[in-house]
Ligand binder design. Structure first.
Ligand SMILES: Cc1cc2nc3c(=O)[nH]c(=O)nc-3n(C[C@H](O)[C@H](O)[C@H](O)COP(=O)(O)O)c2cc1C
Length: 210
């Protein structure tokens, strides 16, 4: 069976969109079934939903580096994932991050580490790029995830395209290796919080935090 791979991203000016499409090519070349989902994008693929994250056996999550951090629209989406995280639906899934910034040392590493904070809480299996392919060194050598310096031409360089295809393929191979042999167990990581809440606040189940 084909590994199910979801690529979820935010892109303001199109660099991360390009990366996402080449990640998808790399995943498809390894026989993945791929969903590409873009946040807040007109004329681009559909918006991500929690179902996309639940459906996927491997996740690639991307954001431009904004002030050395992840972009707020992606953070807002990640902050809706409690219903999945609370039941362990994202645990044990391989996930890797991708980012771009205008400068070679513009904060890409910090942005990827900030992105991974959420995945630590999900209990996902973070798959760093390391130096698993020579092209990763050629595009800058950030081992924390796929990391680009935005090309001044607006078009990704051949090395950047190759790196994205490699990373898309690698997460697919990882998802295939880690595929559960039986049905996934629903695990309630957070027992119901029965403490009283003032009227008008979120229901107890929704206000629990991973
Ligand atoms: C609000 C904002 C903050 C940014 N912060 C940084 C930064 O900290 N370092 C950097 O090198 N580039 C920064 N940039 C530039 C973007 O990271 C860069 O252009 C990126 O490739 C854009 O990706 P996108 O085209 O997918 O939106 C920033 C851009 C914006 C709009």
């Amino acid at each position: 069976m084909q590994p199910r791979i979801a690529i979820v991203y935010f892109s303001s000016s199109g660099v991360i969109s390009q990366v996402a499409s080449h990640l998808a090519e790399g995943a498809a070349a390894q026989d993945a079934e791929v969903r590409v989902r873009a946040l807040g994008a007109h004329g681009r693929p559909a918006e991500p939903t929690l179902d996309d994250l639940d459906w996927a056996e491997g996740l690639l999550i991307g954001t431009p580096t904004w002030f050395g951090n992840i972009a707020a629209p992606l953070k807002a989406f990640l902050d809706t994932t409690s219903p999945l995280a609370l039941h362990g639906r994202l645990a044990d899934k391989p996930v890797t991050g991708f980012t771009s910034a205008s400068l070679p040392n513009g904060g890409q590493e910090a942005a990827l580490l900030a992105l991974y904070h959420t995945m630590f809480h999900w209990g996902s299996l973070i798959v760093p790029t390391g130096y698993t392919h020579p092209v990763l060194r050629r595009i800058g050598g950030n081992p924390y995830g796929l990391s680009l310096t935005a090309p001044s031409s607006g078009e990704l360089t051949p090395d950047q395209v190759e790196a994205a295809r490699f990373v898309g393929g690698r997460i697919t191979r990882t998802a295939r290796q880690l595929r559960p042999t039986g049905p996934r167990q629903l695990r309630d990581f957070w027992p119901a919080d029965t403490s009283p809440r003032p009227a008008g606040t979120l229901a107890a189940a929704d206000s629990r935090r991973p």
